[in-house]
Design a protein around this ligand. Structure first.
Ligand code: KG4
Ligand code: ZN
Length: 334
């Protein structure tokens, strides 16, 4: 069976056709990065206007590339939330229009469920598992006992990991989004500027990155005040080591405590080379398989939405045509 999936929650317009929740027949992603770069971040009004401009040709392109006709589709899936409401609305309206014109069921998908199920496009999932979701808007540790059942055991109390990467990068005048540039610089540096780690209470799975962000801003400002060059690469290395160490420690503690059969990484920051290699080392020690999506499936794309939608299709959990885009959709109630 084929699901046509749409993702427009932030600044990427994407349409995919996924076969049986596992095989990508097409996955067209149009990034708006160049448009938002000059503002140093995503401008919501511009993002939704760009989605309107692109959605039709991306739909056509996805159908063409898949070599699947509209009549062969079994369902239309769309990201319902969370995200920027003006951006989500464009995808939701396109999804409803297609579902109603073709007489197909509509499936609303939670964006984070999509990031997690991106892993199912390349691996078999085994439960119970722990998912570490790290993106521009989310940092969550999730315990999953069964398919589609999400129990959030830890989350960020302030900035998301990707958000912290982007803000620190911006302070050092790196282009938006800063995560990939920080990752590259961290690998170029030999030495790291020592940065704090926020462990919080000993038994907590929560995260906090705002103290680390302030520490980086302090180092940058002090260098500027003294008229010295900002040691961008060393700072990036120190920042990355701090973020990675806390993520790896908490994720591996959760794997042990919940007896997880797999640790699964998801979200845009899952593309981070430092995080991928440290998690791989730790999982080898723990003898627990680490599931990493390929780089193209880490950042926002519609194939992951098609993969997650398959779960709901299997259970006939369809949405009504009055489905609403929700900026703050709850993963556990999804
Ligand atoms: O999942 P995503 O595409 O969008 C959201 O749902 O937020 O994640 C985007 C985030 C951005 O903050 C970006 O800087 C970060 O992922 N990111 C990275 C890397 N590649 C993307 N952060 C660190 N290292 C990377 N290599
Ligand atoms: Zn995302």
């Amino acid at each position: 069976m084929y699901i046509l999936a749409i993702e427009t929650s932030c600044d990427d317009t994407s349409v995919a056709i996924v076969e049986n929740g596992r095989i990508i027949r097409s996955n067209v992603v149009s990034s708006q990065i160049e448009t938002h770069q000059r503002f140093g971040g995503v401008v919501p009004e511009i993002a939704s206007r760009k989605h309107v401009e692109s959605i039709t040709w991306i739909l056509e392109e996805a159908v063409d590339q898949a070599q699947v006709s509209l009549q062969q589709l079994s369902a239309i899936a769309v990201t319902q939330g969370p995200g920027l409401v003006g951006s989500l609305l464009v995808g939701v309206m396109a999804g409803k229009a297609l579902a109603s014109a073709l007489g197909l069921p509509l499936i609303g998908v939670h964006h984070i469920a999509g990031h997690i199920y991106a892993n199912q496009l390349t691996h078999d999932l085994e439960y119970p598992l722990i998912a570490l979701v790290v993106s521009g808007g989310h940092t969550e540790l999730i315990h999953m006992e069964a398919p589609g059942r999400f129990h959030i055991i830890g989350r960020t109390r302030d900035d998301a990991a990707g958000e912290a990467y982007d803000k620190v990068a911006r302070a050092m005048h790196l282009p938006y989004p800063g995560g990939p540039h920080m990752d590259r610089l961290a690998h170029e540096a030999e030495h790291a500027v020592t940065m704090p780690r926020a462990w919080l209470e000993p038994d907590s799975y929560d995260f906090s990155f705002s103290g680390l962000k302030s520490a980086v801003l302090n180092v940058v400002n002090q260098a500027k005040m003294r008229g010295e060059a900002v040691q961008t690469a060393q700072i990036a290395k120190g920042f990355q080591e701090s973020v990675t160490e806390v993520l790896v420690e908490k994720a591996s503690r959760a794997v042990r405590e919940y007896g997880a059969k797999q640790l699964l990484l998801a979200g845009g920051v899952a593309a981070n080379r430092g995080l991928r290699s440290k998690l791989a080392e730790r999982c080898a020690e723990l003898q627990v398989p680490l599931l990493l999506p390929p780089l193209s499936l880490c950042t926002d794309n519609a194939a992951m939405i098609g993969a997650a939608a398959f779960l709901k299709w299997d259970k006939r959990e369809y949405a009504a045509l009055d489905l609403k885009a929700e900026a703050q959709l709850d993963l556990e109630q999804w």
